[in-house]
Design a protein around this ligand. Structure first.
Ligand SMILES: [Zn+2]
Length: 369
């Protein structure tokens, strides 16, 4: 299929999924991506990934794509990822209406779809559910520009090549979930990702299903940050993935009570979105400044070179406190949000297996004799 045909197909998918009158937020997002990515080959890549996923799923295996794909709504529409990057919204599977949520329901916590239970739809009474992990496409741009270099060889070569672009830790995690599925006979698709039991274990610092070194670090992080929601847990995963985001940084800020976990931008995406929103509030509709700050922070540029006075003053002018500027100055690497969103999903699944099938879980984790 030509690139134009693929873009047209993705556009048609909007109406299939969201009905004849989709919210402008949805169409706007798609058109922005089309303008930003249209000249590159990424839509062909999404299409191939989607086909591979489908084939592999039919074989009963699991396919982890490059996990930053979850920042691209077009990739979601074509089926290249399951993570919907739109802002938080409710979705009615019957009348296909998406209603966007303006604010969180609880103060001082971060909420994500797994934390919220949909109400019956106002139009038809069907149960709605929450979706949308709120990931901007702009942070995917560096990947698109770099280009995905794979050659169109046979299926196996292509599969291996795409696998080589994946995140190893995430593959390992997904394989374990698949293994538990085989051992228990409970399909992972049936596991409720909003499981309260798993959440309460994570919140009290029991990170069942994590590697022991990760679990230990997260336990210490949770003792200080006191997560209450899956959104909070996601923040901890992101902070743990970055370099010098937690140690000698967020940890000190939280200890000194300079900010709360909810205040902390844990990913490059959050830095970008937050500054972008403040700019908009100040009637600055261009996003270049937000992108520049997020991009420099994620690369550790400010750590290496410091922050110029103009940038720091602009951030102050947007209402940022000194702790925030200090935080960006110490960060050496900020992970992409989409990576941790996908990681959290598999961690919830594995923890659920671990809690509900402790015997099978223990046997899986035992080293072979
Ligand atoms: Zn409905």
């Amino acid at each position: 299929m030509t690139k134009t045909a693929l873009w047209n197909r993705a556009y048609a998918k909007i109406f299939e999924r969201y009905g004849n009158e989709p919210d402008l937020t949805i169409v706007n997002r798609f058109l922005s991506e089309k303008q930003a990515f249209g000249q590159f080959d990424c839509i062909t890549y999404f299409d191939i990934i989607a086909k591979l996923r489908e084939e592999i799923r039919e074989k009963g295996e699991i396919f982890i794509g490059k996990s930053v794909l979850g920042s691209c709504f077009t990739a979601y529409l074509l089926g290249a990822t399951d993570e919907n990057p739109l802002p938080l919204h409710t979705y009615c599977p019957n009348c296909k209406k998406a209603a966007f949520v303006a604010f969180c329901t609880q103060p001082d916590v971060t909420e994500m779809p797994y934390d919220l239970v949909g109400k019956p739809c106002e139009e038809c009474g069907e149960e709605t559910y929450y979706d949308g992990f709120d990931v901007p496409f702009e942070t995917y741009l560096p990947y698109v520009k770099k280009g995905v270099e794979f050659h169109h060889g046979n299926y196996r070569e292509l599969y291996d090549e795409i696998r080589s672009h994946m995140t190893p830790s995430l593959c390992e995690l997904a394989e374990k979930c698949k293994e538990m599925e085989r051992r228990t006979g409970v399909s992972m698709d049936r596991i409720y990702l909003g499981d309260r039991d798993v959440l309460s274990h994570f919140c009290k610092g029991d990170f069942v299903g994590f590697r022991s070194d990760e679990a230990k670090t997260l336990n210490q992080m949770a003792a200080l940050a006191k997560p209450k929601t899956y959104g909070d847990v996601l923040k901890l995963l992101c902070l743990g993935n970055g370099t010098q985001t937690w140690k000698r940084n967020a940890e000190e800020l939280l200890t000194a009570r300079k900010c709360t976990l909810a205040d902390l931008p844990a990913t490059r995406d959050e830095v970008y979105m937050e500054i972008r929103n403040r700019l908009k509030f100040n009637r600055q509709y261009e996003t270049g400044f937000a992108y520049e700050v997020a991009n420099r922070a994620r690369q550790g540029y400010y750590f290496e070179h410091g922050m110029d006075g103009y940038t720091a003053d602009t951030l102050r002018g947007l209402g940022y406190d000194e702790w925030y500027i200090g935080y960006l100055l110490r960060v050496r690497y900020l992970s992409p949000k989409a990576l941790s969103v996908e990681g959290l999903k598999y961690h919830i699944i594995l923890a659920w297996y671990g809690l509900n099938f402790p015997e099978e879980y223990r046997r899986m984790e035992e080293p072979l004799e």
